[in-house]
Design a protein around this ligand. Sequence first.
Ligand SMILES: Cc1ncc(COP(=O)(O)O)c(C=O)c1O
Length: 397
Amino acid sequence: MQAHPFTPAQIEQFRNDTPGAAHIVHLNNAGASLPVSSVVDTVIQYLQEEALTGGYEAEAKYKQELADTYTLIGRLINADPEEIALVENASTGWCIAFHGIDFKPGDEILISELEYVTNMIGFLNAEKLYGVKMVVIPNDEQGNFSLKQLEAAINPKTKLIAVTHVASTTGGLLPAEAIGRIAARHKVMYLLDACQSVGQMPVDVEAIGCDFLSVTGRKYLRAPRGTGFLYVKQQVQDKLKTLFIDGHSIKSISENDYQPLGDAKRFEFYEKNRALTLGLSKAVSYALDLGIDQIWERISHLAALLRSKLGEIAGVQLHDTGDQLCGIVTFSLSGVNCQQVKERLAEEHINVSVGLAKSTLLYMNKHQLQNVVRASVHYYNTEAELDMLCAEIKTLM
Ligand SMILES: Cc1ncc(COP(=O)(O)O)c(C=O)c1O
């Protein structure tokens, strides 16, 4: 792997585009990345225009730019714009897809051990509400998702494969495309939580073959908080129940019935924050300009470097397992509480986060982890910043 898909001058430029990078060492990109100034300016400027010209009037003026958001997202994940619904966060998108499925008592849902808490609550709720059963496909000894066990678990009752591409509290990666091939072979619906992967690595819904993909804006996409989207494959849109729907999501209504829109906008509500939509659009466009492959290469390089540097410090335990790892680096320090680590680092203007057991409950319980320190790198981080983190960790030890 190349150490430098970007030149030092380009990295300098990315950092100049990111006002926060001058003030803090931000290694909490899996929480929320630092936005670039053009994203922030877009949001502020739009809000000002709304205040001066009126909300509906500003929307009319920016109709094309707002519509372009769907096109840009489509380009990012290789989908049609008509397959994208804009939502406020990944959880909303995931819930719209999941609870839209016509579950019947006895149906089985195959899940991974890396499911985020929102998804776990969804599965537990579905067991109570619909009489379905969740079946966990555990990772093997090496921390890899078992495709063999997935395929063996599929039976006529299997309704859905619902897995998480990259977990919240560990740095492993699920083989999303191989899972998709199994789902297609057995004609099982496939919902992928790509909250932590989109913006970090190439995610191609066509290659993955998923029916649904839920994503947030604020993490690796570097978009404002309160943004996200749901991809719903065109062929399954009519099969998904529209439980929550408003007048914007219909073609027509009579006193006895209504016709939903013919695209994924039927899964949206009309009222949303247009300023944030444009901010999301700007962030997606910035990522596309840089190149997702290059972004992924740089993140992979920084994360591998960080793991190797942390691994050299006595008393540091690295927790990421699996053959394929990403920008989320999780670890703990012997005898030092994770929260204390985070607070001590914050005093030195280094942002990391604490991954709680509940966030990825099955994985954390299996590995008997209460919590972990999570340092999540992005392409705008530098090798020098990783050294600063490691120097502080050494003093903590
Ligand atoms: C793997 C994963 N899925 C889903 C979510 C939920 O995302 P949101 O907070 O945007 O709903 C998170 C948030 O941390 C996550 O890490």
